[in-house]
Design a protein around this ligand. Structure first.
Ligand code: DX5
Ligand code: ZN
Length: 218
């Protein structure tokens, strides 16, 4: 399967948001990765519904929404209406994860679950077959521009085995600190989708940086 690159809009220039969204449209990127933070689940607040609405007005690619919020069930239908194609919730934020995943699918979206760096892969054993995507956090969620946690490779490997063992078709996404230095090793460990924020948007030529990442992973 083709490996995917998902630029994280968190690192875009919000004063020039339409320009940056069009840049992603024109690039070889596959998805828009959208980080929603509530200042409770994570120690930061990013942006909310009106901003996502503006992004989805211009975005011409899959919209991959990563919710870093407590009690995400409250907003599942809202995010479906705002144009999310994939909705990822945190394992650590959901008491009834199975119910949440079913509700995301019932709203017409693909369902993802994100794991914090300290959360073991094994907690997904009984739900993996229901998941379209698992997002392995390779930094502690809340901020862009942090350093990649090396233990991630081991987790990708474990998740890959769990998916194969369960005959599931779940995609493995990596989020945090992705650069041209770790992209290849992540793919070799079993990753399918690489999220990249700072590495793309803070580079001199984001279109070329995306193209370079896309070449490295395929
Ligand atoms: C972190 C977010 C990431 C972030 C990645 O909480 O979930 O998606 O934007 O940014 P970089 O690529 O800069 O680590
Ligand atoms: Zn994210």
């Amino acid at each position: 399967m083709e490996k995917l690159i998902a630029p994280s809009v968190l690192a875009a220039d919000f004063g020039n948001l339409q320009r940056d969204v069009e840049m992603v449209n024109e690039s070889k990127a596959d998805w828009f990765h959208i980080d929603i933070m509530d200042g409770v689940f994570v120690p930061n607040i990013s942006f909310g519904m009106p901003v996502l609405k503006s992004i989805s007005t211009h975005a011409k690619k899959t919209i991959d929404v990563h919710l870093m919020i407590v009690d995400p069930d409250r907003y599942i239908n809202t995010f479906a209406d705002l144009g999310a194609d994939i909705l990822t919730v945190h394992y650590e934020a959901c008491t009834h994860l199975h119910r949440t995943v079913q509700a995301i699918k019932a709203a017409g979206m693909k369902a993802g679950v994100a794991l914090n760096p300290h959360t073991p892969i094994a907690v997904l054993e009984d739900i993996i077959a229901d998941l379209d995507l698992v997002c392995i956090m390779s930094v502690n969620p809340g901020f862009g521009g942090q350093s990649f946690i090396e233990n991630t490779y081991k987790k990708v490997n474990q998740l890959k085995h769990l998916i194969e063992f369960s005959n599931a078709s779940t995609l493995i996404e990596i989020d945090g600190g992705v650069t041209d230095k770790n992209a290849n090793q992540l793919i070799e460990a079993g990753a399918d989708v690489l999220v990249a924020g700072s590495f793309v948007f803070k580079s001199e030529d984001p279109i070329a940086t995306i193209e370079n990442l896309k070449t490295i992973v395929n």
